[in-house]
Write a new protein. Structure first.
Length: 578
């Protein structure tokens, strides 16, 4: 029914007004949605896309693996673009020729490659080219050499661009760094430990600083190598440790390897070599090989006796006559008189008097102190190669404790010894060793093993050994060196091998305020002219310390001072005329 008249016209206007309002509302909503979309896009462009672009740009600009430096920023490991030489026998077929992989004879191509790379084996390369097997002929090629390879004119010789891991310092600190394998992942050293961090795009822009100082590292390796070669030793190990933080300033294991050119022989040995006691150069003698370290344990036994109250009078004398314990004779390498006190025992390195001191200390007490020094566990260090100590289980017998007191019956790494000596000289606090650079205040609290008074007394005694005793060949004028020798026969089938020794010197300096511990160790040194035909540590390991300390002391902030020394006034009367 159609409404006519004034009422109909009013209804028509009302509907028209409603439609107009609806249209206006739709237009407003459309503008609101459009504005919202525009604002969202603007926010996206201003935040998300730049972040993605920055991440993408960083990924393009940053090397695929982060850099490692020493504590002073000296580069130790870097990644950079490089060429490789790849043999692709299918290259001719891919180009549509379909003929043989090489235009000219393989021997001729190998000869031309030899002109570019003098160290290659032409016979081996010829065989490889004739075999038709694809693969690398060389992993690191300089740009100028790549141009010469192109000049040979063989399509099968390809030069793909790859990222190369380079160690600017060569073999220096090789056992600390490790190397990067062909799969792009780290092996052996801190390359393996830091693998995930070095590959992380969000982290690899910042170099990772290690605790080592390359100046100290270079000096340690140089002196160790000279000492090892002078006495024809089969290997050597050394470490310089900050006694207050546990930071390792230098760590060396010889023979070394070159992480720029790792060979199969560097990481694996044959069964025959293993049976003969030969280890691969990549094997770390500081953290992975355990040794009986001989008389270097004697100061630790004396420290335990002083700290526990077993020794209250350093003037007290003990019999130095050989004696039998549980069917075993405790004797010295030579007669040292009828009796010695504790300072004289350390100066002359008497097994017999050490035995009496340990007897009174007690096997359980000595064992507890060794546990507190971490001797029963793998060494505390970030490296994956950490040797398990040979640690006697259960309660120790009387003879076991005595032999441990003079460094036999327990086998540990040189790093164990370094951490123990650091605790003995730094005021009594044991801390784990680390290869990461620590900022001020980041050193771990550690745990107290010795009282501060015990540590102060041991600093005097260690200095006396270097002034009057077996450590005299380690004394460096002005640097107040202290320390103890250790010469231990290596165990073998059927007992100890008297013709093979491990010679060690455990040192600290300066003894009036100890800051660094040094361990130098020679594996199977021989008596030569350089060592006055002696094989013991006093004649081979100790002189390495004497030469090393003046080289590294100033670099570490320790300057020589002939007018300073630790006060030995109260101990000198106990050791007579030396």
């Amino acid at each position: 029914m159609t409404i006519s008249g004034p009422a109909g016209r009013f209804d028509h206007r009302r509907r028209a007004l409603l439609v107009a309002r609806l249209r206006l509302l739709l237009i407003v909503l459309a503008f609101v949605l459009l504005a919202g979309a525009a604002m969202t896009r603007i926010a996206w462009i201003g935040t998300v896309e730049p972040a993605r672009e920055r991440a993408s740009m960083a990924d393009r600009l940053l090397p695929p693996r982060g850099e490692i430096t020493d504590r002073n920023g000296v580069p130790l490991a870097r990644a950079f673009p490089a060429y490789a030489l790849w043999y692709n026998p299918a290259a001719m077929a891919e180009g549509g020729d379909g003929g043989p992989p090489l235009v000219r004879p393989a021997a001729e191509i190998a000869a031309e490659l030899r002109d570019i790379f003098p160290d290659i084996d032409t016979y081996e390369v010829t065989q490889r080219l004739e075999s038709g097997r694809p693969g690398y002929l060389r992993r690191r090629v300089l740009p100028e050499d790549a141009n010469r390879v192109i000049g040979i004119g063989e399509l099968a010789l390809e030069l793909p661009r790859e990222t190369d891991r380079h160690y600017p310092q060569g073999s220096l600190a090789a056992h600390v760094l490790g190397y990067v394998a062909a799969d792009g992942h780290g092996r052996v050293g801190m390359e393996q430990v830091l693998d995930e961090q070095l590959l992380d795009p969000n982290a690899r822009g910042e170099p990772v600083a290690l605790s080592i100082d390359m100046r100290v590292q270079g000096a340690l390796e140089d002196e160790l190598r000279s000492g090892m070669l002078a006495v024809n030793a089969v290997g050597a190990a050394g470490i310089v440790l900050d006694v207050d933080t546990g930071e390792i300033m230098a760590m060396a294991s010889l023979p070394e390897f070159d992480p720029n050119d790792v060979q199969t022989s560097d990481v694996r040995v044959t069964q025959e070599q293993h049976d003969r006691g030969i280890t691969a150069p990549a094997f770390n003698r500081v953290t992975n090989q355990v040794y009986e370290l001989g008389s270097t344990f004697k100061p630790l036994a004396v420290a335990a006796a002083i700290d526990s109250g077993s020794i209250t009078n350093l003037a007290r004398r003990y019999s130095a006559t050989p004696y039998e314990v549980q069917g075993h004779m405790v004797r010295d390498s030579h007669a040292m008189g009828d009796s010695l006190n504790a300072p004289e025992m350390l100066i002359h390195s008497s097994n017999v008097v050490t035995g009496h001191i340990v007897d009174e200390l007690g096997a359980e007490t000595l064992r507890d102190y060794m546990i507190e020094l971490g001797m029963n566990e793998r060494p505390y260090i970030e490296l994956p190669a950490r040797g398990h100590p040979i640690w006697p289980s259960g309660d120790w017998s009387r003879i076991r404790a005595i032999t441990v007191g003079y460094g036999h019956g327990v086998s540990v790494t040189p790093l164990h010894l370094a951490s123990a000596y650091a605790a003995m000289v730094n005021g009594g606090i044991w801390r784990p060793a680390t290869l990461r650079r620590l900022e001020a205040g980041e050193a771990p609290r550690g745990r107290r093993v010795f009282r501060a008074s015990t540590s102060a007394r041991m600093n005097q005694l260690l200095r006396m050994i270097a002034v009057y005793g077996t450590g005299r060949n380690a004394d460096a004028p002005g640097f107040r060196v202290g320390g103890k020798t250790g010469s231990a026969e290596k165990p073998g089938v059927g007992g100890y091998r008297r013709t093979t020794l491990v010679s060690t010197f455990a040192a600290a300096f300066p003894m009036d305020n100890p800051r660094y511990v040094i361990i130098t160790m020679l594996d199977e040194p021989q008596g030569t002219v350089a060592s006055s035909y002696q094989r013991t540590a006093a004649w081979n390991a100790a002189p390495i310390v004497r030469r090393l300390v003046p080289r590294i002391g100033p670099q570490l902030g320790v300057l020589p001072d002939a007018d300073r020394d630790i006060d030995l006034t109260d101990l000198r009367p106990l050791v007579g005329d030396h």
